[in-house]
Design a binder for this molecule. Structure first.
Ligand code: OAD
Length: 248
Protein backbone atom coordinates (compact mmCIF):
# COMPACT_ATOMS: atom_id res chain seq x y z
CA UNK A 1 0.00 0.00 0.00
CA UNK A 2 2.68 2.52 1.06
CA UNK A 3 4.75 1.27 -1.89
CA UNK A 4 2.10 2.57 -4.29
CA UNK A 5 2.08 5.90 -2.43
CA UNK A 6 5.87 6.11 -2.53
CA UNK A 7 5.71 5.66 -6.30
CA UNK A 8 3.02 8.33 -6.52
CA UNK A 9 5.16 10.72 -4.43
CA UNK A 10 8.18 10.12 -6.69
CA UNK A 11 6.03 10.89 -9.74
CA UNK A 12 4.70 14.09 -8.18
CA UNK A 13 8.25 15.18 -7.29
CA UNK A 14 9.59 14.47 -10.79
CA UNK A 15 6.73 16.39 -12.39
CA UNK A 16 7.03 19.44 -10.12
CA UNK A 17 8.99 22.48 -11.20
CA UNK A 18 9.67 23.98 -7.80
CA UNK A 19 9.37 21.35 -5.06
CA UNK A 20 10.02 22.60 -1.54
CA UNK A 21 10.17 20.73 1.75
CA UNK A 22 8.89 21.73 5.17
CA UNK A 23 10.32 19.79 8.11
CA UNK A 24 9.75 19.48 11.84
CA UNK A 25 11.16 17.54 14.76
CA UNK A 26 9.96 14.18 13.36
CA UNK A 27 12.63 14.12 10.65
CA UNK A 28 15.30 14.16 13.36
CA UNK A 29 13.58 11.59 15.61
CA UNK A 30 15.54 8.76 14.04
CA UNK A 31 18.76 10.68 14.84
CA UNK A 32 17.78 10.55 18.52
CA UNK A 33 16.50 14.14 18.81
CA UNK A 34 13.32 14.26 20.92
CA UNK A 35 10.09 15.66 19.45
CA UNK A 36 7.99 18.25 21.31
CA UNK A 37 4.50 16.78 21.30
CA UNK A 38 3.17 13.25 21.71
CA UNK A 39 3.51 10.75 24.55
CA UNK A 40 7.23 11.19 25.18
CA UNK A 41 7.49 14.75 23.79
CA UNK A 42 9.56 17.42 25.53
CA UNK A 43 6.47 19.45 26.41
CA UNK A 44 5.30 16.58 28.64
CA UNK A 45 8.45 17.03 30.71
CA UNK A 46 9.06 20.79 30.58
CA UNK A 47 6.85 23.84 30.84
CA UNK A 48 7.50 25.78 27.61
CA UNK A 49 6.63 29.03 29.34
CA UNK A 50 9.38 28.59 31.96
CA UNK A 51 11.92 26.86 29.73
CA UNK A 52 11.79 28.75 26.44
CA UNK A 53 9.98 32.03 26.81
CA UNK A 54 12.08 35.14 26.44
CA UNK A 55 10.51 36.75 29.51
CA UNK A 56 11.26 33.62 31.57
CA UNK A 57 14.86 33.48 30.32
CA UNK A 58 15.50 37.13 31.17
CA UNK A 59 14.12 36.50 34.67
CA UNK A 60 15.97 33.26 35.28
CA UNK A 61 17.96 31.33 32.67
CA UNK A 62 18.22 28.15 34.75
CA UNK A 63 15.01 26.39 33.56
CA UNK A 64 16.22 26.79 29.98
CA UNK A 65 19.56 25.18 30.77
CA UNK A 66 17.79 22.25 32.45
CA UNK A 67 15.72 21.81 29.31
CA UNK A 68 18.87 22.17 27.18
CA UNK A 69 20.27 19.01 28.76
CA UNK A 70 17.63 17.07 26.79
CA UNK A 71 17.83 19.25 23.74
CA UNK A 72 21.61 19.16 23.67
CA UNK A 73 23.22 18.61 20.37
CA UNK A 74 25.14 15.64 21.59
CA UNK A 75 28.26 14.97 19.65
CA UNK A 76 26.98 11.59 18.55
CA UNK A 77 23.78 12.94 16.98
CA UNK A 78 24.14 12.45 13.24
CA UNK A 79 21.98 13.14 10.19
CA UNK A 80 19.85 10.08 9.37
CA UNK A 81 18.96 8.60 5.96
CA UNK A 82 15.96 10.98 5.74
CA UNK A 83 18.17 14.09 5.95
CA UNK A 84 20.65 12.51 3.56
CA UNK A 85 17.99 11.64 0.96
CA UNK A 86 16.75 15.26 1.00
CA UNK A 87 20.31 16.56 0.54
CA UNK A 88 20.74 14.18 -2.39
CA UNK A 89 17.48 15.41 -3.98
CA UNK A 90 18.80 18.97 -3.71
CA UNK A 91 22.10 17.97 -5.34
CA UNK A 92 20.12 16.43 -8.19
CA UNK A 93 18.57 19.87 -8.73
CA UNK A 94 15.12 18.63 -7.69
CA UNK A 95 14.41 20.10 -4.26
CA UNK A 96 14.77 23.86 -4.30
CA UNK A 97 14.37 24.79 -0.60
CA UNK A 98 14.11 23.16 2.79
CA UNK A 99 12.08 25.21 5.22
CA UNK A 100 12.69 23.86 8.71
CA UNK A 101 11.43 24.46 12.22
CA UNK A 102 14.36 22.44 13.53
CA UNK A 103 17.26 24.02 15.34
CA UNK A 104 19.54 21.00 15.17
CA UNK A 105 21.54 21.89 12.01
CA UNK A 106 21.17 18.29 10.76
CA UNK A 107 19.96 19.27 7.28
CA UNK A 108 23.12 21.30 6.71
CA UNK A 109 25.31 18.55 8.17
CA UNK A 110 23.69 16.12 5.71
CA UNK A 111 24.75 18.43 2.84
CA UNK A 112 21.63 20.54 2.19
CA UNK A 113 22.51 24.12 1.29
CA UNK A 114 19.18 25.84 0.62
CA UNK A 115 17.89 25.69 4.19
CA UNK A 116 15.66 28.31 5.82
CA UNK A 117 15.71 27.96 9.62
CA UNK A 118 12.49 29.57 10.78
CA UNK A 119 13.00 28.82 14.48
CA UNK A 120 16.66 29.78 14.47
CA UNK A 121 19.64 27.58 15.22
CA UNK A 122 21.28 26.04 18.22
CA UNK A 123 24.57 26.38 16.43
CA UNK A 124 25.24 29.87 17.79
CA UNK A 125 24.41 31.90 20.88
CA UNK A 126 24.44 35.59 21.81
CA UNK A 127 24.97 37.36 25.12
CA UNK A 128 21.78 39.36 25.68
CA UNK A 129 23.74 41.99 27.60
CA UNK A 130 26.79 42.81 25.44
CA UNK A 131 25.82 40.92 22.22
CA UNK A 132 29.02 38.87 22.14
CA UNK A 133 28.54 35.84 19.85
CA UNK A 134 29.37 32.28 20.85
CA UNK A 135 29.56 28.96 19.05
CA UNK A 136 27.26 26.46 20.71
CA UNK A 137 29.98 23.82 20.71
CA UNK A 138 32.09 26.07 22.96
CA UNK A 139 29.23 26.20 25.49
CA UNK A 140 28.59 22.46 25.52
CA UNK A 141 31.34 21.53 28.02
CA UNK A 142 29.99 24.15 30.47
CA UNK A 143 26.43 22.86 30.08
CA UNK A 144 27.47 19.23 30.34
CA UNK A 145 29.19 20.04 33.63
CA UNK A 146 25.78 21.26 34.85
CA UNK A 147 26.72 24.96 34.85
CA UNK A 148 25.07 28.01 33.33
CA UNK A 149 27.33 29.66 30.74
CA UNK A 150 28.63 33.10 31.68
CA UNK A 151 29.78 35.74 29.20
CA UNK A 152 33.56 36.11 29.35
CA UNK A 153 33.22 39.71 28.17
CA UNK A 154 30.60 41.12 30.57
CA UNK A 155 30.03 38.25 33.07
CA UNK A 156 26.28 38.18 32.35
CA UNK A 157 24.64 34.75 32.72
CA UNK A 158 22.17 35.55 29.92
CA UNK A 159 23.85 33.88 26.96
CA UNK A 160 20.91 32.85 24.81
CA UNK A 161 21.13 30.41 21.91
CA UNK A 162 19.99 31.90 18.60
CA UNK A 163 16.76 29.89 18.65
CA UNK A 164 13.34 31.52 18.63
CA UNK A 165 11.92 31.60 22.14
CA UNK A 166 8.20 32.02 22.77
CA UNK A 167 7.55 35.77 22.76
CA UNK A 168 10.20 36.45 20.09
CA UNK A 169 9.68 37.25 16.44
CA UNK A 170 10.72 34.70 13.86
CA UNK A 171 13.78 35.70 11.78
CA UNK A 172 12.03 38.04 9.37
CA UNK A 173 14.27 37.52 6.38
CA UNK A 174 14.00 33.71 6.53
CA UNK A 175 10.24 33.97 7.06
CA UNK A 176 9.85 36.20 4.01
CA UNK A 177 11.89 33.83 1.87
CA UNK A 178 9.84 30.85 3.14
CA UNK A 179 6.60 32.60 2.26
CA UNK A 180 7.89 33.41 -1.23
CA UNK A 181 9.04 29.82 -1.72
CA UNK A 182 5.65 28.50 -0.57
CA UNK A 183 3.84 30.83 -2.98
CA UNK A 184 6.06 29.86 -5.87
CA UNK A 185 6.05 26.14 -5.13
CA UNK A 186 3.91 23.72 -7.11
CA UNK A 187 4.68 20.93 -4.60
CA UNK A 188 5.36 21.13 -0.88
CA UNK A 189 6.45 17.98 0.95
CA UNK A 190 5.68 18.32 4.65
CA UNK A 191 7.73 15.94 6.80
CA UNK A 192 7.65 15.12 10.52
CA UNK A 193 5.77 18.12 11.84
CA UNK A 194 2.49 18.24 13.75
CA UNK A 195 1.71 21.61 12.08
CA UNK A 196 0.69 22.96 15.46
CA UNK A 197 2.81 26.10 15.60
CA UNK A 198 2.04 29.24 13.59
CA UNK A 199 2.99 31.02 11.41
CA UNK A 200 4.91 28.02 10.01
CA UNK A 201 1.79 25.86 10.07
CA UNK A 202 0.20 28.23 7.51
CA UNK A 203 2.80 27.52 4.84
CA UNK A 204 1.13 24.42 3.32
CA UNK A 205 -2.08 26.38 2.77
CA UNK A 206 -0.09 29.16 1.08
CA UNK A 207 1.13 26.63 -1.49
CA UNK A 208 -2.34 25.13 -1.82
CA UNK A 209 -3.99 28.52 -2.36
CA UNK A 210 -1.50 29.22 -5.13
CA UNK A 211 -2.47 26.03 -6.95
CA UNK A 212 0.32 23.76 -5.64
CA UNK A 213 0.04 20.17 -4.42
CA UNK A 214 0.86 18.86 -0.96
CA UNK A 215 2.39 15.64 0.36
CA UNK A 216 2.39 14.77 4.10
CA UNK A 217 4.93 12.26 5.41
CA UNK A 218 4.50 11.40 9.08
CA UNK A 219 4.23 8.38 11.38
CA UNK A 220 0.86 9.69 12.52
CA UNK A 221 -2.10 11.81 11.43
CA UNK A 222 -1.70 15.57 11.52
CA UNK A 223 -3.86 18.58 12.27
CA UNK A 224 -4.43 19.55 8.63
CA UNK A 225 -4.84 16.19 6.88
CA UNK A 226 -7.78 17.56 4.86
CA UNK A 227 -5.36 19.83 2.97
CA UNK A 228 -3.11 17.13 1.57
CA UNK A 229 -3.20 15.46 -1.84
CA UNK A 230 -1.11 12.52 -0.66
CA UNK A 231 -0.50 11.25 2.88
CA UNK A 232 2.23 8.69 3.49
CA UNK A 233 2.33 7.10 6.93
CA UNK A 234 5.82 6.02 7.89
CA UNK A 235 9.21 7.01 9.20
CA UNK A 236 11.01 9.75 7.29
CA UNK A 237 14.31 7.87 7.54
CA UNK A 238 12.78 4.86 5.79
CA UNK A 239 10.39 6.44 3.27
CA UNK A 240 12.62 9.24 1.90
CA UNK A 241 15.43 6.90 0.75
CA UNK A 242 12.75 4.78 -0.99
CA UNK A 243 11.44 7.85 -2.81
CA UNK A 244 14.99 8.83 -3.78
CA UNK A 245 15.61 5.33 -5.20
CA UNK A 246 12.63 5.73 -7.52
CA UNK A 247 13.86 9.10 -8.78
CA UNK A 248 17.62 8.60 -9.02
P1 OAD B 1 6.14 18.11 17.09
O1 OAD B 1 6.76 17.37 18.24
O2 OAD B 1 4.94 18.93 17.35
O3 OAD B 1 5.74 17.07 15.95
C1 OAD B 1 6.62 16.07 15.50
C2 OAD B 1 5.91 15.28 14.42
O4 OAD B 1 6.80 14.32 13.91
C3 OAD B 1 4.67 14.52 14.93
O5 OAD B 1 3.60 14.80 14.04
C4 OAD B 1 5.09 13.05 14.87
O6 OAD B 1 3.99 12.21 14.54
C5 OAD B 1 6.11 13.08 13.74
N1 OAD B 1 7.15 12.03 13.76
C6 OAD B 1 7.78 11.47 14.82
N2 OAD B 1 8.73 10.60 14.43
C7 OAD B 1 8.73 10.61 13.07
C8 OAD B 1 9.48 9.92 12.06
N3 OAD B 1 10.45 9.07 12.37
N4 OAD B 1 9.19 10.20 10.76
C9 OAD B 1 8.19 11.07 10.41
N5 OAD B 1 7.45 11.74 11.33
C10 OAD B 1 7.71 11.52 12.63
O7 OAD B 1 7.31 18.95 16.40
P2 OAD B 1 7.20 20.18 15.40
O8 OAD B 1 6.00 20.07 14.53
O9 OAD B 1 8.53 20.32 14.76
O10 OAD B 1 9.07 25.51 18.40
O11 OAD B 1 6.98 21.36 16.43
C11 OAD B 1 6.94 22.68 15.96
C12 OAD B 1 7.52 23.61 16.99
O12 OAD B 1 6.91 23.38 18.26
C13 OAD B 1 8.99 23.42 17.28
O13 OAD B 1 9.82 24.01 16.31
C14 OAD B 1 9.14 24.08 18.62
C15 OAD B 1 7.91 23.58 19.31
O14 OAD B 1 7.34 24.41 20.26
C16 OAD B 1 9.77 26.33 19.19
O15 OAD B 1 10.45 25.93 20.10
C17 OAD B 1 9.64 27.78 18.80
Amino acid sequence: MEKEKIKQAAEMIIKAEYPVVLTGAGISAESGVPTFRGKSGLWKKYDPEAAVSIAGFRRDPEPFWDFAQDLLLENDIQPNPGHIALAELEKLGIIKKIITQNIDFLHQRAGSEEVLELHGTLNRATCLNCKKKYDWKDLVPVIEAGNIPECDNCQSNKIKPDIVFFGERLPQDALKQAWQAAERSDLMIVIGTSLAVYPVASLPSVTKENGGELIYLNVDSGQQDYLFDLIIKGKAGEILPEILKMID
